[in-house]
Design a protein around this ligand. Sequence first.
Ligand SMILES: C[S@@+](CC[C@H](N)C(=O)[O-])C[C@H]1O[C@@H](n2cnc3c(N)ncnc32)[C@H](O)[C@@H]1O
Length: 268
Amino acid sequence: MNDGLMNERLTGSHRVFDRVSEEYDAARPHYPEALYLALEELSGIRLDGAAVIDVGAGTGISTRGLLDRGARVVAVDRGERMLARLRARTTCPVILANGDDLPFRAGVADLVTYAQSWHWLDPALSVAEAVRVTRAGGAVAGWWNSVDPGKADWLAANQVRLAESCPGYIGPVLPGWSMPPLAAAMSGGGLDGAGAGLDVAETWVTWTRSVPLEDFLTDLRTHSYMASMDGDVVADLIARERAELGRVFPGGRLTVPMRVYLAVGRRG
Ligand SMILES: C[S@@+](CC[C@H](N)C(=O)[O-])C[C@H]1O[C@@H](n2cnc3c(N)ncnc32)[C@H](O)[C@@H]1O
């Protein structure tokens, strides 16, 4: 896993996200319908009526997606400001807690979800906790939305500029970059041989995001590699991207190829 990412996990990524909670709430993308359909298919669990613990719920993008499909969700996060945003427009139980040490009894959940969050937790502790609170026949799932630079030259150029300018850049143009190893952590042959013994399936969902340029720029500022940088440097980088992307999309609205990676582990 990328070193910058690992260091932030040790020092508390929730503080990085709390710093940009307003921007995160305003500009991060939602997850497409096809992602929730794939989640139901791979987990064998209908979201309508399911008891879900959404770990690393943040401002509630994943939580609302699950609630909208009828799930009974409890949102868990370590970031007070991220959760304040979630509470402001989401009606569900909310718990400020560490996902590596969940404050739930064993077997209470049909599904434990990590949307864009599992890589911030301890790989072994988190999955063991998720398995503990999931009922037999339930599932643990994680997913990550990412831009898809292989589909558009302008997006590849944008990501390369970010990789060159942001020391902690994590993303699809890095050599050897891959999605976090949740599938390995959940399966029998997991990290250091300490997998959780779940029956694992993975898939990718592609989609297209139509987004105003200013929202795309705000979204960029919420990525941990930028959120942890000096404000003046970030302002310069955003001004450069505004100019570069404005040339490609003079109408001010971007069409962004996206893809979501989903890993689901079923409990026998
Ligand atoms: C990238 S955000 C994802 C938010 C949301 N799930 C979404 O889909 O947008 C990652 C979240 O994980 C939270 N987080 C990081 N470490 C955590 C931990 N150990 N326990 C609970 N939440 C954690 C952060 O505070 C942040 O809100």
